[in-house]
Design a protein around this ligand. Sequence first.
Ligand code: PHE
Length: 461
Amino acid sequence: MKKKSGFTGQLGFVFAAAGSAVGVGNLWRFPYLAAKNGGGIFLIVYLVLIFTAGFALLTTDIAIGRRTGKSAIHAYEAMNVKWKFLGVLTFLVPVLIMTYYAVIGGWILKYLVLFLTEGGEAAAEDGCFTGFITSPGSVWYGLVFMLLTAVIVFVGVEKGIERVSKTMMPLLLVLVVGIAGYSLTLRSGTENVRTGMQGLKIYLTPDWSGMTVSRFLQITLDAMSQLFFSLSVSMGIMITYGSYVKPEVDLGKSVSMIELMDTGVALLAGVMIIPAVYVFSGVEGMSAGPGLMFISLPKVFSRMGFAGRVIGLLFFLLAAFAALTSCISVLESIVANCMELFHTQRKQTTAVLSVIYLIATAVIALGYGAFYVEARLPNGSTGQLLDIMDYISNSFMMPFIALLSSILIGWIMKPAWIGEEMERGGKIFRRKRLYTVMIRYVMPVIMLIIFLQSTGILNYL
Ligand code: PHE
C-alpha cells in the first residue's frame, strides 16, 4: 500500500486540530452566548461539559480516525458494514458547511481590508455590514477566501495544513492574550466611569437573578451545542485528522491539549470582547447578539481612537487566521473522503472540489442579495441561504450523528475499542472510566434531547 500522508508528529497534529476547533465560534459565538446566558453560569456549565461530553466526542472521533486510518465513510464501514450510512451522513456535514464557511471568511477579510485601508471608520458606520453583505461585491471576498483555502489543501497535509497551522496558531494565541490584556486596561472618559475590570467582573460573575429550572436547561443546551460546533466534532473532520496521526503519538495528551486551546481561546475571546463592549456601550451594548462581531465591535474600536485602529486590525487578522485554519479542515475532510471513494489523487480531487465550492460560495454569498429568501426554520427562526445550510448541518445533522455514533461505540463496538487505541504503545488513557460512562449512558441521552430541541420537536412534547 502507498504510504498515507500525515502529520509529522504530535505538535503538528495538535496545532492543526486546534486550528480546526478554534474558529469564528470561539471568537464570536462564545462571548455572545456567555453575555446572554448569565455570564459565569454559562462559563461553569461550559467548562464542566467540555471536559466530560466534549472530551468523549473528541476522543471518539480522533481514535476512530487513527484506528481505522480512514476518513468518515470508510471508517464507519470498517467498523461495521451496516453502519456505513452513518459515515455517509457524517461526510455530508462538511459538504454542507463548506458551502458557507468561506462566505463568513470573506466577511472577515472585508473587515480586515477596511481596517487596513480606511482605519476602521467606515467599518463603524451604521449599515456598513448589511450594505456589504447585500452587495454583489461581497461575493469576491468569499471567493478569495475559498481560493486561499483550496491552495493550502492542494499543497497537502504536511506542507500545507500542518505548516500553516503551526505558524498561525501560535500567532493567534499571542494576539488573543495581548488584546484581552489591553481590553482590561480600558476605561470610559465620562462621569460614570466604566472600566475594563468591571466588565470582566460582569463576564465572570454568575448572574442567578430570575433563574429557573427551564432557563438553566436552556443554558445547558446552548452550551452543549456551542461545544459541539466549537470542537469540530461529529462531522468527520477529527476522524480525518486522526487518520493522519502516527501510531506513537499520545492521543490522550493530544485531546487534552486541543480541549485546552479551544476553551482557552473561547474564554479569552470573552475577556477581549465583553469588557471592551461594556466600557464603550454599557450593559445594553452586550445584548447585541450575533451582530456583535461585525456591528458592535467596529463601533467599539472606533471609539478607542487611534489604538482602536491597531486593535481592530489585529482583531480581524486573528479572526482571519482562526477562520482559515477551520475552513481548511472542512475542505480537507471532503477531499480525503473523495480521494478514498474515487481512488483519486489529492491535486485533481482538490481542483475539482474547489471549482464546485467556488460556485457554491458565490451562490450562498448572494443569498443576501440576488438570491434572498426568508425561510422559516423548525426551531422558530427565519433565515437566508447561509442560515439554512447552517441549520441543517449544525442543528439537525450533528446531534443526530453524535447520538448514533455514541450508540455505535457505546453498545456495538464497545468503549474498549476506543480505549485500546488510546492505550496503543503503552500510553495511559487517563479518563477511561469517565469515557465509558459518557459514551454509553450520558451522550445518547444528551444528544437525543438536543436533537429534539433543535428540530423543534421538544416544543410539541
Ligand atoms: N470549530 C469551528 C469554530 O469554533 C467551527 C467549525 C465548524 C470549523 C465546522 C470547522 C467545521 O468556529
